[in-house]
Design a protein around this ligand. Structure first.
Ligand code: SF4
Ligand code: SF4
Length: 227
């Protein structure tokens, strides 16, 4: 198991910085003992800070991944990689994903029915973006799990499952529409692809980033792309 790093900071108390090779349960227990001395507001602020740092790190990893995908695309195009290599890369990617994720993930509590994101003209962009936002990882919240309307990956709770196309299992193969739209998680409701380099090289000019070669877009979009 990788080393666990916990960093909790608040203003009127000493900085708590635990960097250890403790197992996750022990690290969690230690963090719990320390955090019980904080009031709810400070704990909330500290957790928000952690969530922000984590999001920033994930964004950096996502950008690196996009650069790698672009490189793979170029190598495939130049014939340096054969198509069979894409399958191998997909398997390696899955293994890396599994090894770097914690066993259980639960999104922060929020009422998903009260949040919404920036409106995006998805319908007119689908042929370009290939609905790739629905291939990104999404973690369910306690509300989602308790509602019981969405399945999650049994070996990686509580993440939305993907199917053999690399897309979320809730995305319609034929119509590229979310089959669980009314119950979709908060992440899906608030996501915007405007600044996401995994999707657009230039959002306003409608120039998409290369699609990961391992993704198989829904039929409707594949038809449009190939037309
Ligand atoms: S990638 Fe952007 S434009 Fe495409 S479906 Fe997702 S949100 Fe809409
Ligand atoms: S739940 Fe729906 S909106 Fe969210 S990733 Fe899956 S298909 Fe897309």
């Amino acid at each position: 198991m990788n080393a666990q790093t916990w960093t909790l900071t608040w203003t009127s108390a000493p900085r708590i910085h635990i960097t250890s090779k403790l197992s996750a349960p022990i690290a969690r227990d230690l963090a719990y003992r320390l955090t019980t001395q904080m009031d709810d507001a400070r704990l909330h602020a500290a957790l928000q800070q952690l969530a922000g740092d984590s999001t920033q790190a994930l964004q950096g990893v996502a950008e690196l991944q996009q650069q790698l995908e672009t490189l793979i695309e170029i190598m495939l195009g130049a014939g340096t990689l054969r198509p069979g290599h894409a399958e191998l890369i997909a398997r390696l990617r899955k293994r890396v994903e599994l090894s770097r994720t914690t066993p259980v993930a639960l999104a922060a509590e929020s009422d998903k029915y009260s949040v919404e994101g920036e409106p995006i003209d998805c319908e007119s962009r689908l042929a370009l973006c290939q609905a790739r936002c629905c291939s990104f990882g999404v973690v369910l919240s306690r509300q989602d799990v308790e509602e019981g309307q969405l399945r999650w990956e049994l070996d990686r709770p509580y993440r939305l499952p993907r199917d053999e196309t690399g897309y979320c299992a809730n995305l319609g193969h034929d119509d590229a529409r979310c089959q669980r739209y009314d119950h979709r998680p908060a992440t899906c409701r608030t996501y915007t692809c405007r600044e996401d380099r995994r999707v657009w090289l230039d959002f306003d000019a409608r120039i998409p980033a290369p699609l990961a070669p391992t993704l198989i877009p829904p039929g409707r979009l594949t038809t449009k792309r190939d037309a």
